[in-house]
Design a binder for this molecule. Structure first.
Ligand code: GLN
Length: 539
């Protein structure tokens, strides 16, 4: 019998349920228990691909081209595993499929209802994932907050599952928030009590409560939560704010969470082996050097829109014993006042991440030009890659060069819509998505970084380098050091005689893991360190 751990959230959203789910996954994984994670998003979109990362956070891309919730990125990074798009279930998917079946006549004669038809569909999907993967335990994070109308069918499915397959096979974990009122300085448990009441009202008694708090939870509030929420004292596990999120599994397991889960679910477990994970965490602590990197983007003020970029930089920093101070800079400020570019002079590296639409692109191009002229290490990702091509083109005399995304009638569309995209009118899951093969040319920086001829990286784009300009660009000194296997699609560019000027059409950040940094990011951070050293020498 497969085991299921449902994780719900209380009080408010954004309290770190994703990291808690991933941490529980890690806690089981180090005990040699086969585990995987599913994220449920109770919105009506079929996937996260059509949502604005500024309000919803990054769209994470899986190997199989799923455009998913950013929590899947957290799961992959904690568990060091690739998840497929089925691991992100939305209300939209559930309804699409149930209504599809209704139209096919699969429920002929019956009235199709939320209970049992929607809840059955949810349970069937979870069972299918649990059986398809050779795992013992499936963790299911239910997005949103208990009390939301949207998440009710999913919680109801979780309730039914415990009835159907037995108490010892399903565990309910509730993550809440314990705020501190500044005036009294006291950790308040009432929001947690209310949220558990709400959960019990719909028939779910949590087995484990994980209150999140700024500082470690004191004994008093912990006891109070246990008493008022009807759980044992030892079933309350605290997860305080941490500077390094990768420490979270250890903090929870130090409170005996792993053994408690195994006992409750009657899972036979080995002694946890934390050696590797602790070694990785140590690299995040022993950071004796410091560099400053500017990320120039459009959604600059909301760092969740680039979590994977952020994490990938941290992974590389940790591997190089370097702490990275990140500044998010909105590039529109350069468009309004070009002299503002000077703020970039204090950085050891400039990164332009992926993005869509014209807003801020001229400012990004200006930042790339600045990086090139001042020999500041530069890493461009996806849109950042495309704009680096535009910047180079303008330098070699194509002053009217641009991406067709910005202006479809531009004189030199050096970045153009991919031919297969010209026929597509729909917006959902319609880009060039997921893992693609990239062939690296020998004796290039890219080859040096990856140290192999063939790599696989994740993609999410509609535009590409216009094949009509490749010869001209190459003749003028740009090196396309990575190309698709048919040689037609440009994947990596580099400009020689610079400390580091490299950009990728793919998103290296989606495959970066703690202890296994993405080579493109690693090379960039290493170059930033070199930049810093020369800067110190010259001063
Ligand atoms: N907007 C560009 C494209 O569609 C880049 C996409 C991205 O940065 N993810 O090709």
């Amino acid at each position: 019998m497969k085991k299921y751990i449902f994780i719900s959230g209380g009080v408010m959203s954004g309290i770190g349920k994703g990291i808690t789910a991933a941490s529980i996954g890690k806690i089981l994984q180090v005990r040699d228990i086969g585990v995987s994670i599913v994220k449920i998003d109770p919105y009506l979109n079929a996937d996260a691909g059509t949502m604005n990362p500024y309000t919803h956070g990054e769209v994470f891309v899986t190997e199989d081209g799923g455009e998913t919730d950013m929590d899947l990125g957290t799961y992959e990074r904690f568990l060091d595993t690739n998840l497929s798009k089925e691991h992100n279930i939305t209300t939209g998917q559930i309804y699409l499929s149930v209504i599809g079946k209704e139209r096919e006549g699969k429920f002929l004669g019956r009235c199709v209802q939320i209970i049992p038809h929607i809840t059955d569909e949810i349970k069937n999907r979870l069972r299918k994932i649990a059986t398809k993967n050779t795992i013992e335990c499936l963790i299911v994070e239910i997005g949103g907050t208990v009390g939301d109308i949207e998440s009710l069918p999913f919680l109801e499915a979780a309730r039914q599952m415990k009835m159907e397959i037995g108490q010892e096979n399903v565990l309910n974990v509730h993550v809440t928030l314990v705020p501190v009122l500044t005036a009294v300085g006291e950790q308040k448990t009432k929001p947690t009590q209310h949220s558990v009441q709400e959960l019990r009202r719909i028939g779910i008694q949590p087995d484990i409560i994980i209150p999140r708090s700024k500082k470690p939870l004191l004994k008093g509030p912990k006891k109070k939560i246990a008493l008022f929420c009807n759980v044992e004292d030892r079933a309350v596990f605290n997860s305080p704010d941490l500077e390094n999120i990768y420490e979270s599994p250890l903090i929870l397991d130090n409170q005996n969470l792993g053994n408690y889960i195994c006992k409750k679910l009657k899972i036979h477990s080995n002694e946890p082996n934390w050696i590797n994970w602790k070694q990785i965490i140590r690299t995040f602590i022993e950071q004796r050097r410091l560099i400053k990197i500017a990320i120039c983007g459009k959604y600059a003020e909301f760092s969740d829109s680039y979590v994977s970029v952020n994490e990938a930089l941290k992974h590389s920093g940790a591997a190089l014993e370097t702490k990275i101070n990140l500044d998010w800079i909105e590039t529109e400020i350069f468009e309004k006042n070009i002299s503002k570019l000077k703020v970039l002079s204090k950085f050891d590296g400039i990164l332009i991440p992926g993005g869509f639409g014209i807003r801020g692109t001229e400012g990004k191009i200006a930042a790339i030009k600045y990086a090139r002229n001042k020999d500041i290490p530069f890493l461009g990702i996806c849109l950042g890659f495309q704009l680096a091509v535009v910047e180079f083109s303008r330098q070699i005399g194509l002053d009217k060069a641009n991406s067709a995304e910005n202006n479809p009638r531009v004189r030199h569309p050096v970045i153009d819509l991919m031919p297969e995209q010209k026929k597509i009118n729909t917006k959902g899951a319609s880009m060039r998505l997921g893992t693609q093969e990239v062939i690296l040319s020998p004796r290039t920086l890219a080859y040096k970084l990856y140290n192999k001829k063939k790599i696989f990286e994740r993609h999410r784009h509609r535009y590409e380098v216009n094949p009509n300009y490749i010869n001209l660009l190459e003749k003028n000194g740009i090196i396309f050091s990575g190309k698709s296997s048919d040689g037609l699609r440009m994947e990596i560019l580099e400009i020689p005689n610079q400390l580091f000027h490299l950009a990728t059409q793919f998103h290296g950040e989606f495959k970066s893991r703690p202890g296994k940094p993405a080579p493109s990011y690693y090379g960039f951070v290493e170059a930033c360190l070199r930049k810093k050293t020369t800067r110190i020498k010259n001063n």
